[in-house]
Design a protein around this ligand. Structure first.
Ligand SMILES: Nc1ncnc2c1ncn2[C@@H]1O[C@H](COP(=O)(O)OP(=O)(O)OP(=O)(O)O)[C@@H](O)[C@H]1O
Ligand SMILES: [Mg+2]
Length: 448
């Protein structure tokens, strides 16, 4: 017999504890534990269980990889070319970022029957949104329900190709005693939908909220369960939204789709480089252009730095869209290897356009923009800067160099500053001038 036990579970990461804790030892979140009933099973083989037949890998006939394409390029590409039959996709994002809008727009062009289950909004509110987005599809069926038993019965009856659950925090399994939105409910509901989708063959799009307070569980604990996790992000005061795949069992991760939010919905941004560079003022100190590979695409973007003398003891360092610790390392390298005395200066760094960059290939551009602002000299325009900076001040090679060069050529840049070691991996002839560098000092002398 399964035994019930009370446990305290962190709503943020799913860490379990026997007593209440103020701060989660696993994810450092404060006040995130809530009391939940957990059923425990002993790890022994039941008498009634019997062995099942196993198969060899080569005896299994593979299914053709069938995908449903939504007809929105940016969305399809992030999914790896469409959604696979019977798979579950989790779309996470901050409140109000546009998750429901994205999903509704994605459904609009489909020929297949889809079921949109809403637990948050009324059918009228959905209709209002559809009207604003000019969606007139007759294939979208709506259901306002939160009881998962009733929802699954409806799915059986309607037999849709795609089911949207908006959102996972609102639905519940009536068999469980826990309230909707608790960790156990969310985990079990996702598990249930996942199994049901595999069995019935529909694809599930599950929307999940991320809350910083950890009152409702964020999609962190669900990431292991579902096939694909998409993160919809953007700065509140920018109209750009980025859809990022952080996990994909059927496609590459780190692929991004870029959208712009308008009154009539999200519009695909087909050439992100042009947008990220469109507001660039070329003669300003501290502005340089670099290239980052987002998924499979090169995106050119502007790095801006502002270096000002600090009148107080502790100089400030602020990085937007860039890792703060990485900035500290690069500042130390600049100080020691390029002899720039930045330690008594405030440094503000910004990746223009609200994009977040994790790639080390932008290191050199960050260093050059800081040096340009510090020295009060604008960097050469029409020059693209690529390279990873090592602790010795050396410039290390980066991946996908040819793609980056091509994108720079396409957008009319006349030269590319790149790591010397990358030269041998370039096979094609480029019209653009290539300037190889091997140390940070040489790079700064060339760029500024
Ligand atoms: N009339 C409008 N004009 C312009 N933008 C709008 C308009 N109405 C809504 N929006 C945009 O749509 C966003 C809300 O979209 P949506 O409801 O899809 O977000 P959501 O992520 O599903 O939110 P929630 O977390 O509440 O479910 C708003 O933040 C705003 O940017
Ligand atoms: Mg919504």
């Amino acid at each position: 017999m399964a035994k019930s036990k009370i446990k305290f579970i962190c709503a943020n990461c799913g860490f379990e504890s026997l007593k209440w804790l103020g701060k989660c030892p696993s994810c450092d979140e404060w006040n995130s534990f809530s009391e939940e009933l957990v059923e425990e099973r002993k790890a022994s083989v039941k008498k009634s269980a019997h062995a099942k037949e196993v198969k060899t890998l080569d005896s299994i006939t593979e299914l053709s990889e069938e995908r449903i394409k939504f007809g929105i390029n940016e969305f399809d590409r992030v999914l790896g070319g469409g959604i696979i039959h019977g798979s579950a996709v989790l779309i996470g994002g901050d409140p109000g970022i546009g998750k429901s809008t994205l999903v509704l727009q994605a459904l609009a062009k489909l020929k297949e029957k889809v079921l949109y289950v809403t637990g948050e909004e009324s059918l009228r509110q959905i209709k209002l949104r559809a009207k604003r987005l000019n969606i007139t599809s007759t294939n979208i069926l709506l259901l306002a329900e939160t009881d998962l038993d009733l929802i699954s019965a409806t799915i059986k009856d309607v037999e849709p190709a795609i089911v949207v659950i908006d959102s996972i925090q609102t639905v519940y399994l009536p068999d469980l005693d826990n309230a909707p939105g608790t960790v156990t409910q969310i985990r079990e509901c996702t598990n249930f939908i996942m199994q049901f989708a595999k069995k019935t063959g529909f694809s599930a799009l599950i929307i999940g909220h991320v809350t910083k307070e950890g009152v409702i569980a964020g999609p962190k604990i669900l990431e292991h369960i579902v096939d694909t996790v998409l993160q919809f992000e953007g700065e509140r005061n920018h109209s750009y939204r980025i859809l990022r795949a952080t996990k994909n069992r059927f496609g590459s991760t780190n692929e991004i789709g870029i959208f712009e939010m308008h009154e009539d919905g999200l519009e695909e941004v087909k050439n992100p480089s042009e947008i990220f560079l469109s507001e660039r003022d070329e003669n300003v100190n501290g502005s340089v252009v670099t290239s980052s590979i987002e998924g499979t695409r090169p995106v050119l973007l502007e790095v801006q730095a502002l270096v000002t003398p600090s009148n107080f003891g502790n100089p400030q360092r602020v990085a937007t869209g860039f890792d703060y610790r990485r900035l500290s390392i690069l500042l130390a390298v600049l100080e020691k290897r390029a002899n720039l005395r930045i330690s008594a200066h405030n440094v503000f760094l910004n990746m223009a356009g609200g994009i977040r960059i994790e790639e080390p290939a932008v290191d050199l551009a960050v260093c050059c923009s800081i040096a340009s602002s510090y020295l009060n000299k604008p960097a050469k325009t029409e020059m693209l800067i690529i390279g990873e900076v090592g602790l010795g001040g050396e410039i290390r090679s980066v991946s996908h160099i040819e793609k980056r060069i091509q994108e720079a050529e396409k957008l009319g840049f006349s030269s590319v500053v790149l790591p010397k070691n990358n030269l041998k991996s370039i096979k094609q002839n480029n019209k653009i001038e290539l300037i190889p560098v091997d140390s940070i000092i040489k790079a700064i002398n060339i760029v500024i």
